[in-house]
Every structure is written in C-alpha cells, then in structure tokens.
Design a protein. Structure first.
Length: 117
C-alpha cells in the first residue's frame, strides 16, 4: 500500500521560507514522478512543480524562480523549498506521485501553508 506523508507546512511571514517534505513508502520510489500542487478553498488544485525520475524539475509560473523541487531517492522523499513567500501562496499543498510502471496516481493528505502580511 502506497503511503504519502507531507510535512513542513506552517505559518510564515511575507518574504519568509518553508521547506515541504513528501515522504513516499510502499512503492519503488525511483519509478515515481512526483509533483506538488496547491489548493485554495473553493478552487481546483493547481500544479506548482514536478520532478522526473531522473531529477529534472519543471515549474509553473506560480513557483518559478521562488520554489525549488528536489528529490532524495535514498530517503524516498521529495522536497519543495519555498522562498520569498507571498500571501497568495497561502494554500494547502499536496504531493502527488505517478508510477511510471503501473500508472497509478496517489495523493497525500496535504499540508497547510499560511503566509501572513
């Protein structure tokens, strides 16, 4: 059974930084493409960044130049380093994995990030 646990969210002031972690268990981590999404109440989840099995990162406009996604295969964990945070970054952040072998998609439970001005 695949389990995804996000952590690292919290309350931070404008311009501050946070590092989110996404720990994956129950699957072959190196076969997973992993992505971070955000969701504001009443809106759909939006992609922020993703990282391939080989470590190539891609970013949406919301995250480009401020967020960095990385993976540690030895720890089966993906990180999202967020800096220069803005009030509009306030959201629940979700980690999603896709197995390249099985094509199954899994989501974590989310972690709240609140940026105060």
């Amino acid at each position: 059974q695949v389990q995804i646990v996000e952590s690292g969210g919290g309350l931070v002031q404008v311009g501050g930084s946070l590092r989110l972690s996404c720990a994956v268990s129950g699957s072959t981590f190196t076969e997973n493409v992993v992505a971070w999404y955000r969701q504001i109440p009443g809106k759909e989840r939006e992609l922020d960044a993703s990282i391939s099995t080989g470590g190539s990162a891609s970013y949406q406009a919301s995250a480009k130049d401020r967020f960095t996604i990385s993976r540690d295969n030895a720890k089966s964990t993906v990180y999202l380093q967020m800096s220069s945070l803005k009030p509009e970054d306030t959201a629940v952040y979700y980690c999603r994995t896709i197995s390249l072998r099985s094509r199954q998609v899994y989501w974590g439970q989310g972690t709240q990030v609140t940026v105060s001005s």
